[in-house]
Design a protein around this ligand. Structure first.
Ligand SMILES: *Cc1c(COP(=O)(O)O)cnc(C)c1O
Length: 396
């Protein structure tokens, strides 16, 4: 980062605000443009829109000041050429893959993918003749061996769910570049406050903004940032397929993102405290958090995310489903809710929710067991959440 470039907290607060033409209302914060269509006063204004003037809007499926503001903000935080906001994280993944790939193309993806991304690849893309090979993304030789003449891109997640295995983005980017492939990275678990994959050579970054970028568990969305040509292909697909987001969701996410850097600092610090407390508890067999020296990717995470490893962790109880259920009942401040990255701490059970479709063998191969619980650490006072887990674990 150059000396003159403001820090991530400053940019999170100030980038994108200029979208509103202040001279009309002089509003200090960006208003909500809850309109499906915009009024034109002349044919020349239509020509101006079609010529690509970014301050001219026509129809919200094509673009809206609130989505444009959010795109400008996250583009700045991730350091990319262009950005596209969508109705959900999955609408973003669809736009990126369907907008770029065609029948006969092939992609390589991590075998530890977010469940719906894997389902999109296996159940939908396959029907359009787009092939895929899922590999252990930490094994670069396996990634390279999966490349065929039809391969167009490599797809991974900065940190996997639920074991928080870290992808070596710089090494994957170097491999992709050497073999003429693109690299797409789902950075949902880290957020640009902690890690920017584009700076390490990735071509496209994805976020489910439903998670940390909004951070308050009250809006659904997704965003792509990166390579301008790829974003243009995704935008064309989105306009044709209709995955555009509502102005209100964009506005909520824009508002939430302003506190991103503060929240990520708190999520990371709290997760470290909880991970250490869980590791010391006799009912807990294993804790998976990259901030722990016991995690296989501790050194890699320290190199890629020196500011913190975010709030996602998991642990495996010595007991099975019965103890999991007792823990769920016993926790008083920590909800059992199958999502993540909100300000309030929550837990989920991968085997019964996100990874339900997998066979017992596939789960065992991924090191996910009946007693495995994923925690999304919030921004409460860490000692209160630690005490909540301790009292519930003590009573198992
Ligand atoms: C939630 C999530 C998605 C999908 O996002 P939606 O907003 O639910 O569509 C994709 N990747 C990761 C890592 C996620 O956590």
């Amino acid at each position: 980062m150059s000396d003159s470039k403001p820090g991530v907290s400053t940019r999170a607060v100030h980038s994108g605000n200029a979208i509103d033409q202040r001279m009309v209302t002089r509003a200090k914060s960006l208003p909500i443009y809850e309109t499906s269509v915009f009024v034109y006063e002349s044919l020349a204004q239509v020509d101006d829109f079609l010529a690509g003037n970014p301050d001219n809007y026509m129809y919200t499926r094509l673009g809206n000041p609130n989505t444009a503001a959010l795109e400008a903000l996250i583009r700045d935080l991730e350091g990319g050429e262009a950005a596209l906001f969508s109705a959900s994280g999955m609408a973003s993944v669809s736009a990126a893959l369907m907008g770029r790939l065609g029948a006969g193309d092939h992609l390589i993806a991590s075998r530890e993918l977010y469940g719906t991304t894997q389902s999109l690849i296996e159940k939908e893309l396959s029907r359009f003749g787009i092939g895929a090979t899922l590999v252990d993304i930490g094994d670069l030789a396996a990634v390279e061996a999966a490349i065929t003449p039809a391969t167009r891109l490599i797809y991974t997640e900065t940190a996997s769910n639920p074991l928080v295995r870290v992808s070596d983005v710089p090494a994957l980017a170097a491999l992709a570049r050497r073999r003429g492939l693109k690299l797409m990275v789902d950075n949902t678990f880290l957020s640009p406050a902690l890690y920017q994959p584009l700076a390490d050579g990735a071509d496209l970054v994805l976020h489910s903004t439903t998670k940390y970028l909004n951070g308050h568990s009250d809006a659904t969305g997704g965003i792509l940032v990166g390579d301008a040509e790829w974003i243009a292909q995704a935008r064309r697909f989105q306009i044709n397929a209709g995955g555009s987001a509502s102005p209100f969701e964009a506005w909520l996410t824009f508002r939430g993102a302003k506190t991103l850097a503060l929240r990520m600092k708190a999520h990371s610090a709290n997760a470290q405290v909880l991970a250490e407390a869980l590791e010391a508890h006799p009912q807990v067999a294993r804790v998976h958090y990259p901030g722990l020296t016991s995690h296989p990717d501790h050194a890699l995470a320290g190199r890629l995310f020196p500011k913190g490893a975010s709030g996602m962790l998991s642990f495996t109880l010595r007991g099975g489903l019965e103890q999991v259920d007792r823990l769920i009942q016993g926790l008083q401040r920590t909800a059992f809710a199958p999502s993540l990255a909100g300000v309030a701490s929550s837990i989920t059970h991968p085997g019964k929710t996100s990874h339900r479709a997998l066979s017992a063998e596939a789960l065992a191969e991924l090191d996910i067991h009946d007693g495995t619980i994923r925690v999304s650490m919030g921004i409460e006072d860490a000692e209160d959440i630690v005490a909540d887990f301790r009292q519930a674990l003590d009573r198992l």
